[in-house]
Write a protein that binds this ligand. Sequence first.
Ligand SMILES: *Cc1c(COP(=O)(O)O)cnc(C)c1O
Length: 458
Amino acid sequence: MEFKTIIEPFRIKSVEPVRMTTPDERAYFLREAHNNPFLLPSDKVLIDLLTDSGTSAMSSRQWAAMMLGDESYAGAKSWERFYAEINDLTGMPHVLPAHQGRAAERILYGHLGGKGKYFFSNTHFDTTRANIEFSGGTAIDLPCPEARDFDSDKPFKGDLDAEALEQQIRKVGAANVAAVILTVTNNSGGGQPVSMANAKAVAGICKQHHIPFVLDCCRIAENAYFIRHREPAYAHLSYREIAQEMFALADAAIMSIKKDGLVNMGGFLALRDPKLAEACTNLLIITEGFATYGGLSGRDMEAIAVGLEEVFEADYLHYRIRSTAYLGEKIRALGVPVIYPIGGHAVYVDAKRLYPHIPPEQFPGQALVCALYQTGGVRTVEVGSVMFGKYDAKGAFVPAQQELVRLAIPRRVYTQSHMDYVIEVFDAVQRRRAEAKGYRITHEPPFLRHFTAHFEAL
Ligand SMILES: *Cc1c(COP(=O)(O)O)cnc(C)c1O
């Protein structure tokens, strides 16, 4: 018998209180934060869906493992456990620890990149793009055409457009392509999964042209869930076996372990090529730490080794993916436009369609982010013209392509009743959609303005 309710596959041993606030208090806190929820102190937030990065709850096994942390500078036992876990998962002989994903990115892309070098990806995550561009290289996104249609229920909208990749390689010359990066799942592309068929096609093209194929594998376990349930050839494999098969296609892997590692901090770079590993290890030692800790403490490496096992457990992944879909499908049923199908780690709301009366230069996504906080103390993030909008040479506003709001779900942190509450908040917000007003920026820094900009309601 199959039951409908998706229960959290854990009991709660330790709790962290969250604070209820009144609408008047929230109006005050939002004003104090200049209508930018990034500037809210976390204790003023009831349900925090700002990010799934580093916000996981650890298991009792992980906390117990931390007590085994060996803090020796070189060759610690904890390093051996960390190495064994990542070596088994990726099949790659060289593993470089790093304090988070972008540190591994800086090392690899700083080394491979530089002026005249091209990188192609289904979608470069923002820190990936920033590290490539900082090296002088060029990052080009080649998402599959289905990614642009928010409503179609295509199963693998995270795929890379393999045909466009071949064209681009011919155009710039294979010798100038530093790497092809497949981001699984595709974070910036709505958390949509990448199929094994696509990973194989991309690997084939890379092999043919002798181009390194890198997996940005932050959410490889979530991606494996989608492959097993949507790609018939993989229905009989375990989630971990599916991930291992995808790693087998790649030359290198970079992971922000703050996502599917079920820990609060950490990253790694795994490589097959010994020469490349040696060059990267030199950079690691200069900027991150010695090769057997790379900016992590022994106890961190212990918790990571356990987290990378737990994340592939079938009950966990089923709960994880189904509970994200539960939230997305319920708010969609209320009439809230969302990117469909729902991705693995987050629900993306289309604020442009929710608030058609607010033009992009008045930031419909920011209006929704503020309404969700004001209405129910729920913190989310705008992924639209606040984050990606620009000004042209004459100072005219150039909007982003999309006006989205992301609801990222921390792993193992919230229960179904928390999600039912968020659904009720959405119901209240969408009933008053016609009254929503736009915002204007009153203060902005030159880079990454979404973190610190100030806004005023119009
Ligand atoms: C989070 C993330 C990164 C960067 O990792 P940090 O740990 O935040 O430095 C890179 N790529 C993807 C796809 C990510 O989601």
